[in-house]
Design a protein around this ligand. Sequence first.
Ligand SMILES: Cc1cc2nc3c(=O)[nH]c(=O)nc-3n(C[C@H](O)[C@H](O)[C@H](O)COP(=O)(O)OP(=O)(O)OC[C@H]3O[C@@H](n4cnc5c(N)ncnc54)[C@H](O)[C@@H]3O)c2cc1C
Length: 397
Amino acid sequence: MTVTSKAIDFSEFDLVIIGGGCAGLSLTLALLQYNYAGKVLVIERREQYEHDRTWSGWFSQSDLALLTNLSMQTFPGWSISDARHCYCHTSTSHPYYSISSEHFYSYAIQKIHASSNVQLLTGAALSVNDLSAITHSHIIDTVGLGIEITRPRYGLWQSFVGVMVSSSSVLFDVNTQSHATLMSDMSQDENGFYFTYIIPQNPHQALVEVTYFTSKSLTRDYLTERSTHAAQRLVQTKITPSLNDITITAIEYGHLPMWDVVSHQTPRSQTHHHITLAGNISGALRSSSGYGFATIQRWANQTGKALSHTDKLSTKPLLHTRHYSRWVQWMDNILLVVLVRYPKLSSTIFLRMANRLTGSEFAQFMSHRAPLRIWLKVIMAMPKWAFIKAVWWSWLD
Ligand SMILES: Cc1cc2nc3c(=O)[nH]c(=O)nc-3n(C[C@H](O)[C@H](O)[C@H](O)COP(=O)(O)OP(=O)(O)OC[C@H]3O[C@@H](n4cnc5c(N)ncnc54)[C@H](O)[C@@H]3O)c2cc1C
């Protein structure tokens, strides 16, 4: 069912959140946690929530403040490899986490149902024209209605299909079950740089994802085929079960921008002074990695707290500054210039970084909590000429 704005009486809501995905539901959780007193409407296009992604990354306890009691997996070890090198990290202080969207959605929906001031309207797709009907409420737009993003010269798509494969045979023993394969079989073909990502779910199940950093629009079918092949290879390497011994239980598709989307988006034609962008469209994804979950959690926590402590709904606490510092953004942009101009260096860059840093340092770097010392280690490990030239190319751009 598609609900048009005419069917909704927006006037009774203080806050309207467009898009009940990661950012929309995380903000809702924060508002509930901080006892926001106003009335909230979350508008979500999909009729029903199903598992559609797995959020992983190095999360601090404060990143997970809104998600207490949510079940998640923890991996104290991870690896990065190509055909000739393999670097394994361990860090019990900074483990890699993995959260199923299925669990996250039902966790948030349960809390919403138990609340008296938040309403979740599913099966309702808003369009940019509907914004003019929302005259009194503050709007958090996690969709970017009416906004287009354009890929700049030094931007790539991170494109992948993750297949959730199950096998009756044991794929992971006790040790390998707590080990995430972040980048394996790193290589290059006519579509760009690619690698395989494997997250064990239990001894019989794993998320297997062939991921491309590419300038092309690769089809979902092609990516599914690539990931299915990788899953079959994974199964073949274990206890030699037959190729038919796998079942694909879920598929997740990603086509994420690896560039600063805030600087490369067309402005909305209609302006609305009570509107704030959030989530991916607000630049929450880190350009160099495509990770955004932890950043969205931090934003949701801060914004929910600020709104709940504001007597009168003011736009001030919502006027969000950029998610990443200028330094992080500049360095990520230089890396993107190198990946675009010297794609053959891609695996060297990630291998050298993994080789030079300890597990904890790597985790801090990836979750943009690295002190200068770690940045210097990364800079020293990089192929110098390519990066010096990249600075030059980025100035010319
Ligand atoms: C498959 C996949 C895997 C990812 N894995 C990771 C990961 O491991 N780690 C990490 O840090 N990041 C990951 N990301 C990146 C990022 O964390 C996610 O994209 C995150 O979900 C972004 O949150 P969001 O709220 O901006 O968008 P979404 O979560 O996509 O939410 C947007 C919501 O808006 C709804 N919607 C769309 N149009 C309308 C409309 N017109 N009206 C109303 N509702 C609408 C959508 O149905 C959706 O529910 C992944 C992304 C994808 C796609």
